[in-house]
Write a protein that binds this ligand. Sequence first.
Ligand code: SF4
Length: 354
Amino acid sequence: MSATANLKDHGLESLRARFVEEGIPAYRANQVMAWMYQRDVDDFNLMTDLSLDLRDALAERYATRAVEIVKAERSVDGTQKLALTTHDGHRIEAVIIPEARRNTLCISTQVGCPLACDFCATGTMGLTRNLTTAEIVDQVCRARTCLDEEDGEISNIVFMGMGEPLLNLPAVEEAIRIMTDPRGMALAPRRITVSTAGVVPRIPDLVEIGPINLAVSLHATTDEVRDVLVPINKKFPLEVLLDTLRSNPNVTKKRPVFFEYTLIEGMNDSLEDADRLPGLLRGIPCKINLIPANPHPGSRYRAPKQEVMDRFAARVHEHGMRVTLRRSRGTDIAAACGQLANTDADEVGLGEGA
Ligand code: SF4
């Protein structure tokens, strides 16, 4: 067995099975999970309901930490951007977004991203590798250490940082099991949102996981424009993507799909675009989130003027659709959607996350 095996790679069932294989009673897995996720204890020496021998044996075989914070920045609006390093030296990012009654954590699933969306700084990096389950859930554990009592707990998790979650689905699935297990992080599934740029063949597998939220990066109302902004559209065009959602009972019977739509000046912000949305999304219970484009170095895209965005939102609303015009968070520390640019050790931005 590798000395670097990480306990956080396993949901409860997998950990129980692994312990049994090693001659450790299965119930010990429940105890270890509770220490790691409910009490935020990573040090085996502090797991006082385990025997000393077991603590030593586990410490010899297993790690419990998978990522470490190398830099934390706080925006004027309270958003915190965490630059994290994996144990093999790759940089990823997570962002804590405080809101009135909740703290949302945006996490990464890959180092870089292969999908090369044209408005997204992460897309310029290419893919280095998938993150492991431990590296995904440990972003949550590390983020918890950045909140004090006044800030409250991490209450919501969005898979919208670096990478396309559906291209790393096995690790994402196991991470969601840990997040939602009552003996793990004990988050309600409805507090978890997974975002995809449209990896159509994996959507049915994702919505099987449970009543988590699905977010789809739409960003355009025609294939012509979406081919440019979200190049995976050339493989899975709008009709294929939306028909898959429309025809999947696990999608239509569950929670509404969140369609993310980054508003870009002169590209996708016309009233004709607003008028096309209802027809496109017909038959899919949904909410539309409009996000002003966030500039990043090298990007040719800008957000439309505020009045243009307001007019767009109002027009979509007139069609009877549920629509929210979001304000960007953390732009002063490059923590907003689409701003990731992993340039050097001290300068790590945030991706849009699918
Ligand atoms: S928007 Fe998402 S899927 Fe597209 S390049 Fe950025 S991280 Fe990847």
